[in-house]
Design a protein around this ligand. Structure first.
Ligand code: GLU
Ligand code: MG
Length: 641
């Protein structure tokens, strides 16, 4: 989840005092990095996935499933190979926000060879096995986005009680023990975000109203020691949550690409932006929150509220007195501006920027689009700072830049090369929700990577006004968005011609139309070709071995059927599981027993002991752990690639 500086965390008042210092040096560091690396060329396409996992402990006697707070026990062991013999590491492991979470990536990035698509899933399986080897009896690792009863009484083991008076979050539900405490970053972020905001974070998710759900739905939380804030913050007919952990304690699937140079990185950043809401809807997997069925399918807005450090003034609830800006979005949200010259005309939402930072970057020769992007990230205060890191060498360090960059959690992230490394300009694709199986996670990853190949090879253009992408983000999170919503998408992906600035907004709007995700992915007759047919025609022009071909085919079929609604999204399947469960009382409640049955079923689907055709069909990929030598040679690639 970002920069893991070691050291002694400063309090919020101390951090606030140093905010200008961090921003000033952060900008100097960015300018230095930019000047050093702006002309860097010739990096090859490399890419990798990141999956966040949850550790779950099952009690098969009492029929209970709880989150196991053992991340800090497992990580040091999981990291031994990387530390001692990094060349042998097939997976890399990092802590995440919660002590029941861990994050895994492949040991080495994948490259440009098509055969790499055939080792993604095997690597994911192997990653899981590395963890399984360390688990206790009845403990499992699950790649699920949301734990259905997160924050309910006894949701974790060892059991821990929330402390609304002294804990970092002051939550009524989420104890500090569920935060990953072996690194100070996460608890510090929790406390500082709350203190900066001036009150607890408030998350309100619309509840799914079933036949027996009380109306209005309003919980009495006084028994939990309600501190009065709940009374102010909780909305009727919503599931109320009050801690960073409810958001950052959810898991996702991310992808990072290395581009050949900064220009290509900007293009990929922009071109993938309109795909963010589409992929969010396609991967929707989190309809259960704090023991209730929500009326939404995705984690996005929940995480957004869970780290919303804006004060009342910044949120526009009070006139600006002590703060600098009215800020329209949380630090975790969709991006606000495109970065490539082609994207510029579609930057149509207000962009608040740090003027001083902008001017310094412009004076240093950085172009308008990049300067405004960074100056926008820099309207935020740092929310975690370590005393040992306050004074840095701006020629060599980039921690102050990274501090703000890594606490702007947006749908896309534009990443400059780290100082003194062999890594190039990268972009990160961050909207997807984690799926139950390695097959699905691999399928989504390969689909997005293939799409970037198609975009770059054919020079396709996906750009639509940013305001339309934001509108799509809202629609993507609605219940069954795949079945019920339409999304703005560019009509003509091939033509580069776009209305000029001088032309009217009305004309700009004509470049996109509303379509279902089925139409966007699979095509709409003569009117729209569809993304999968484009990928298929690309694949028909390149050499690919039979096994990889078979695997890719299965991945694309999953995407095709999820998009058309022939297969369920994870969210839809979870809803159905709960509402059809014999114990379910039509009251929107996910009981302990339903939670147990759901998670054991998900675990069995994951490890293949039960099939789930309504979600997956009958996948049998030919994934393997390494690329056979003959194929390497056939694709004319040295064994290091
Ligand atoms: N868990 C967060 C999410 O689901 C992402 C945290 C990170 O940036 O790694 O989006
Ligand atoms: Mg992460």
């Amino acid at each position: 989840m970002g920069l893991l500086s070691e050291g002694s965390p400063l309090s919020w008042p101390e951090t606030k005092e140093l905010a200008d210092h961090v921003r000033k040096h952060g900008i100097t560091q960015f300018i230095n990095l930019y000047n050093l690396l702006k002309d860097r060329q010739g990096d090859v396409l490399k890419w990798g996935d990141e999956i966040e996992y949850m550790l779950v402990k099952f009690n098969h006697e009492t029929k209970k499933a709880q989150l196991s707070l053992r991340g800090q026990d497992l990580l040091p062991v999981l990291q031994i190979t990387e530390k001692e013999t990094p060349e042998k590491a097939t997976s890399l492991w990092r802590p995440e926000f919660a002590s029941y979470m861990i994050e895994g990536t492949p040991g080495k990035p994948y490259g440009g060879l098509l055969a790499h698509f055939n080792i993604v899933e095997a690597n994911m399986k192997n990653r899981r096995q590395e963890v399984c080897a360390l688990l206790e009896k009845d403990e499992q690792i699950l790649s699920i986005t949301a734990f259905p009863r997160l924050g309910c009484e006894g949701f974790c083991v060892p059991e821990a009680k929330p402390d609304p008076v002294n804990s970092a979050s002051r939550s009524l539900f989420f104890p500090d023990e569920a935060i990953y405490l072996a690194h100070p970053r996460f608890r510090t972020l929790t406390r500082n975000i709350r203190e900066r905001r001036g009150e607890k974070v408030a998350i309100n998710v619309p509840i799914f109203k079933d036949i027996n759900t009380p109306s209005p739905f309003m919980e009495d939380l006084t028994v939990l020691g309600d501190d009065g804030e709940k009374g102010r913050s909780a909305l009727p007919d919503h599931i109320y949550m009050d801690a960073m952990g409810f958001g950052m304690g959810q898991c996702c699937l991310q992808l990072t690409f290395q581009a050949c140079n900064i220009k290509e990185a900007r293009t990929l950043y922009d071109q993938l932006t309109p795909m963010c809401p589409i992929m969010l809807a396609l991967t929707a997997a989190s309809p259960l929150q704090r023991g209730y069925i929500a009326d939404t399918d995705c984690r996005w807005n929940i995480i957004s509220s869970s780290v919303d450090c804006r004060t009342r003034e910044e949120r526009g609830l009070e006139p600006l007195k002590t703060n600098r800006y009215r800020i329209y979005k949380s630090r975790y949200d969709s991006i606000d501006s495109y970065l490539s010259p082609e994207g510029e005309r579609y930057n149509d939402i207000p962009l608040v920027i740090d003027q001083e930072a902008y001017k310094r970057m412009r004076d240093a020769g950085i172009d308008h689009l990049l300067a405004q992007h960074v100056a926008h990230l820099f309207i935020r205060d740092p929310v975690s700072l370590f005393s040992e890191k306050v004074n840095q060498n701006d020629e060599e360090d980039s921690d102050h830049f990274e501090n703000l960059q890594s606490t702007n959690w947006q749908t896309m992230r534009f990443k400059p090369p780290p100082p003194k490394s062999t890594i190039g300009w990268r972009v990160e694709f961050r909207p997807c929700e984690a799926q139950i199986t390695d097959f699905e996670n691999a399928a989504y990853v390969c689909f997005i990577v293939l799409l970037t190949r198609v975009i770059v090879t054919y020079g396709l253009n996906f750009l639509i006004p940013i305001s339309k992408v934001d509108e799509n983000m809202k629609r993507a999170q609605k219940r069954d968005a795949i079945l019920n919503q339409k999304f703005w998408f560019r009509k003509d992906l091939v033509s580069q011609s776009s209305p000029t600035d001088a032309e009217s907004t009305a004309r700009q709007e004509q470049i996109c139309v509303e379509m279902t995700i089925g139409e966007i992915i699979n095509g709409k007759g003569e009117e729209f070709q569809g993304l999968l047919p484009l990928i298929s025609s690309y694949l028909s022009t390149v050499e690919v071995d039979a096994d990889t071909h078979c695997t890719i085919h299965q991945y694309l079929r999953l995407i095709q059927k999820r998009a058309s609604g022939d297969l369920m999204t994870t969210a839809h399947w979870i809803r159905e599981f709960v509402t059809k469960h014999p114990d379910y009382k039509g009251d929107s409640v996910v009981s302990e027993g339903i939670n147990y049955d759901l998670l054991t079923t998900m675990n069995s689907i994951q490890n293949g002991t039960i099939e789930c055709p309504s979600l997956l069909d009958h996948p049998r990929t030919k994934t393997q752990s390494s690329i056979p030598e003959t194929i390497r040679m056939a694709e004319n690639c040295p064994s290091t690639c």
